[in-house]
Design a protein around this ligand. Sequence first.
Ligand code: ADP
Length: 426
Amino acid sequence: MEYTTGESVWEQRIAALERRITYLERIVKVSQILNSMLSLEPLLSIIIQAATQLAGTESCSIMLLDKKTGELRFEAATGLNKDELRKLSVPLDSSIAGWIFRKKKALLIRDVRGDERWNRHVDERIDFETRSILGVPLTVKNEVIGVMELINKQDEDEFSQDDIQIATHLASQAAIAIENARLVEKLQGAYDELSELDSLKSNFVAIASHELRTPLSIILGYATFLRDDAESETASEQIEIVLQSAMRLRGIIDDMVNLRHVETGEVQLEREVFSMRELIEEVVEEFGGVAKAKRQLLKASFKTDEPLSIDADRQKIYMVIANLVSNAIKFTPKEGRILINAYLKGDEIWVNVIDTGLGIPKRDWERIFVRFYQVEPSLTRRYEGMGLGLSIAKEMVELHGGRIWVESVEEKGSRFTVVLPVSPFR
Ligand code: ADP
């Protein structure tokens, strides 16, 4: 007889342990799901479903603090008139949820009808009868963000110690997951706002640069015409200054347009077969005046008479070489030298732009190709520019399947090298 009693005690214990293991397994599963969810609404829905099932209740609801009104607002609930409930909130004073929120404590009320904190208003609105409530605070880093309430055990059962544990466990997991989801939503909101601002900026740049280009072309056209016809050397020098400033402005506008194209991935290469030699000669011609004004020697040299034919986007390659030459002139003192070499090496064309200028410290050899990077900090800078030219040049060269880099000795000079495949598209 004693033996049988002992066995049944053991059986009971084993059954209790088995229940506990099953419950722990489910809690672990739910935690895993909660940790992997980043959107608030589905997350809340999983939490209340899990709580309802694990504790075997008729309903579960989650209220979060609405910072604007200072009230607890229903965000999710199972088994109740959800649409009606979501319009409701309860005050922190004179409500069970408010008490839990303020005291940061779990609360079990076996019969709400005798409890003065109970707010029958909600039941009336959603046509529900609350008998018992087990409520727990949702706490993140010691700050309460809301309350989870389990309502009415199924089959007229009473809430047990196990239920309190389930609710407390779930609440601690849920609070962190809710806070994470809210942060992600905030981040997404900020990101969307940023994207909108970014597209406004891009549109502005597109329109402004388009509008600036036309009058600038007219200035450049007339200034060239006036320089060629200048009657005195002084007049010609003055017009040269106008021309140089207008050209600099055009360079800046081109950088803005190209940056936008690169950013929006709108760059399209328009291929044609052209002579790299002629292109370089044109660049030398264009910048001749600027170099002369600094009494610099600007020269192109070619090993052979070859035209150095290449199948590429001429306008973009022109921009790359013009950018390197313009930088070389800018960062080389008066009376310095700038030399452009170009030659064929296998099926690649190599172009060097060499100057006797300031040079670039080795730590900056890669960084100068990054957008907005300039060796001299912008506030103390002695040279104009936006730090965009080389980053765009790099993008353009790479779009052609080529490479660009710099080698330099400080105070002595720099050598930029551009290597382009003769037929990048074949
Ligand atoms: P920007 O010339 O408008 O500043 P770039 O992207 O063309 O922008 O160049 C980035 C930086 O690289 C320059 O600010 C300068 O510090 C450095 N740099 C570029 N070319 C030379 C050069 N030939 N000699 C010395 N420094 C240079």
